[in-house]
Ligand binder design. Structure first.
Ligand code: DP6
Length: 327
């Protein structure tokens, strides 16, 4: 036996919601983002992944919620594990067993939690002892936003070269008891996923302006977040999401992720605020709308959201901690 101990480890990670968005890469292969982004981990949702390297396996196997998963998803996991194998000097194939409570097609990017957990479990199973920055960098290669699911709480992911481009926590989950109140508008799978979308970003004539303005928006958002000032953070977060969707809608071909219900929710936000409910929205690559508010307003926000025709469900999450190894 080359390895007396089973080469196995299990890790857990939360997905995240970005307040300042990542859209488009400076380098698609290395997943180096065009701009810095800022997010909150989502405590309510988790992905737990066990990686077992087994020299007897003919190839990597991926199971999600006890179902075998075929290519291209399996290949994406293999691509990440190949980086781990390279670093550890390993050749064995692995069994990847993943469990997630992120509702499929909820528009909550499950790949962020999936690749953060896979990077952590895979390296631990291979006997590597990586720092948080090294893990964030590795998770980034699987899915850009996964870099932000490695550290805890509120995280900022820097652009830069392969070594520099990692996410760091700017405040722990306990810093601010925010809620992400997610209006589920559609459960349908998106026609164009994020990786295809990132490649289209540069075809929009608005992308250069979006990227140029991100630094200033991130600075404002970050300062407001550190000061726990939602009235200052909310407007810049909304603007950043709308600018990203402007890029999406003006790409070649254009990406229209909104449905009429998305628009109805966008228009409702200022009305709710005028009526004394402090909530601000952000939207990822899909039709669902994420309303960010303080914990005390979450139930009220959920009740208002449910009244909008076309809303199918509402799910609520607070801020989550870092990815971690579990027994
Ligand atoms: C719109 O390439 O990280 O959510 O996790 O598969 O969605 P997925 O992909 P990723 O792109 C995320 C794009 C975004 C904005 C963001 O999270 O910053």
């Amino acid at each position: 036996m080359n390895h007396p101990k089973p080469m196995q480890a299990t890790a857990m990670a939360h997905p995240n919601i970005a307040f300042i968005k990542y859209w488009g890469n400076a380098d698609d292969d290395l997943v180096l983002p065009a701009n810095a982004s800022l997010s909150m981990n989502l405590e309510q949702f988790r992905t737990e992944t066990t990686v077992t390297f087994d020299p007897g396996l003919p190839g990597d196997e991926l199971h999600i919620n006890n179902q075998p998963v075929a290519d291209p998803a399996r290949q994406r996991a293999t691509d990440l594990l190949n980086l781990v194998r390279q670093q550890a000097g390993l050749t064995a194939a692995a069994c990847i067993d993943s469990h997630s409570n992120v509702p499929m097609g909820s528009g909550i990017a499950s790949s962020a939690a999936a690749f953060a957990a896979l990077a952590m479990a895979g390296t631990a199973a291979a006997g590597l002892d990586l720092s948080e920055a090294e893990l964030s960098r590795l998770a980034r290669r699987g899915s850009g936003s996964a870099s932000r699911s490695v550290p805890g709480g509120y995280c900022q992911w820097r652009p830069g070269n392969d070594l520099d481009s990692v996410a760091v926590s700017i405040a722990p989950a306990e810093h601010w008891d925010l809620r992400d109140v997610v209006a589920i508008v559609s459960q349908a799978h998106k026609a164009v996923g994020s990786s295809g979308g990132h490649r289209l970003a540069g075809t929009s004539s608005l992308q250069a302006a979006r990227v140029a303005g991100t630094e200033a928006r991130l600075k404002l958002c970050r300062a407001a977040l550190l000061a726990r000032d939602l009235a200052r953070m909310g407007p810049v977060m909304e603007e950043d999401a709308i600018i990203m969707h402007g890029v999406m809608m003006s790409s070649h071909p254009p990406l229209y992720y909104w449905s009429p219900t998305t628009m109805a929710l966008i228009l409702a936000a200022p009305e709710w605020r005028a009526a004394g409910l402090p909530v601000y929205f952000t939207i990822d690559a899909g039709p669902n709308v994420h309303f960010i508010c303080e914990a005390e307003h979450a139930a009220d926000a959920a009740a208002q959201i449910r009244k909008i025709p076309g809303v199918q469900d509402v799910i609520i999450s607070g801020p989550g901690g870092p990815a971690r190894l579990i027994d």
